[in-house]
Design a protein. Structure first.
Length: 316
């Protein structure tokens, strides 16, 4: 059997090497800090969670950018055909109008990322800002009847959009910005009850970290004896909830301030857009036991996992 061919170094890896260098480049960190603080200080109120996409279950920014990108791409197609200057001008203007809310949503998310993600995000924003500037110049030329110049600026703007999209893809898929960092929990934790320690090991009102199938679990016992358990790594960026603050039946992530309800894991405040997987808890023979709570529509999957787990246990 022949060995797998090696991927050649050089041009194929140049882009990844440049992106790795961008992630580790600290020279713009002072600017990043200033911009981050500025975005966080915006008086957005409840609108901040609206921009994060808590109501949607995932970030709004990737959805919002479809309008400007689609409009500008359509304008480029029409620019290749004679007699479509009016329609192209309308599409360029529509893209510019839609770029502002998309950028605001992206900025709200960017301000709550890790530093390496923020470095790539800043380059992503600069590329998109260049695109907006080029399309604004394109629209101005078109309004003045300078169609050739307007089309030229438009194609340059589309190139900048492509660069911004590449950086955004790296941010989302390589660096997992905006992803649900607790999604794997239902796939990893086996069904059934898991004993995680004696009751005395869970002081009332204090968050305690335990593990089930190597998955970190946050456990909080109330003064009245009720026990709550959630996946311990925050769904936003895997922050340690066991180091967070417990108050009013919720836990607040120490990294970016997402707030989750202890009773069911629901995210009541962002930037997290996904809830925490929740566990049922009980006290048996003086020990706390937890069981992953089935998600909506996952009963059959949970039964299958439990059956598989029982079969594996029977063979041991």
């Amino acid at each position: 059997m022949s060995a797998m061919p090696r991927r050649p170094r050089g041009r194929q890896n140049l882009l990844l090497r440049l992106l790795d260098r961008l992630e580790g480049e600290p020279r713009a960190d002072a600017l990043i800090d200033a911009l981050r603080d500025g975005v966080r200080s915006l008086p957005l109120g409840p609108g901040r969670d609206l921009l994060h996409g808590r109501w949607l279950g995932h970030p709004v920014h990737p959805l919002a950018v479809q309008v400007p990108i689609g409009s500008w791409m359509s304008a480029a197609v029409l620019d290749l055909r004679p007699g479509r200057s009016r329609e192209s001008r309308l599409l360029v203007g529509l893209g510019l109008a839609a770029a502002a809310p998309a950028a605001l949503a992206g900025a709200a998310d960017w301000a709550e990322l890790h530093r390496r993600q923020q470095r790539v995000g800043l380059a992503h924003a600069l590329a998109n800002a260049a695109a907006v500037g080029l399309y604004a110049a394109s629209l101005a030329c078109r309004v003045k009847g300078r169609e050739t110049a307007g089309r030229t600026y438009g194609f340059l703007g589309l190139t900048a959009v492509g660069v911004g999209g590449m950086l955004g893809g790296h941010l989302a898929y390589h660096q997992a910005a905006g992803a649900n960092h607790a999604e794997e929990v239902p796939q990893v934790v086996t069904a059934g009850w898991h004993r995680i320690g004696p009751v005395a090991g869970f002081p009332a009102g204090r968050p305690v970290r335990r593990a089930v199938d190597d998955v970190p679990v946050l456990v909080v016992r109330e003064t009245g004896g009720t026990v709550h358990a959630l996946a311990e790594r925050c769904s936003h960026l895997a922050g340690p909830l066991s180091e967070g603050t417990v108050a009013d039946g919720c836990v607040r992530c120490p990294w970016h301030g997402s707030v989750f309800r202890l009773s069911d894991g629901r995210n009541v405040r962002g930037p997290a857009t996904a809830p925490q997987p929740a566990f049922d808890a009980r006290i048996t023979d003086g020990h706390v036991e937890v069981r992953l709570r089935p998600q909506d529509g996952d009963d059959s999957a949970g039964d299958a996992r439990e059956t598989a787990g029982q079969g594996a246990a029977a063979t041991q």
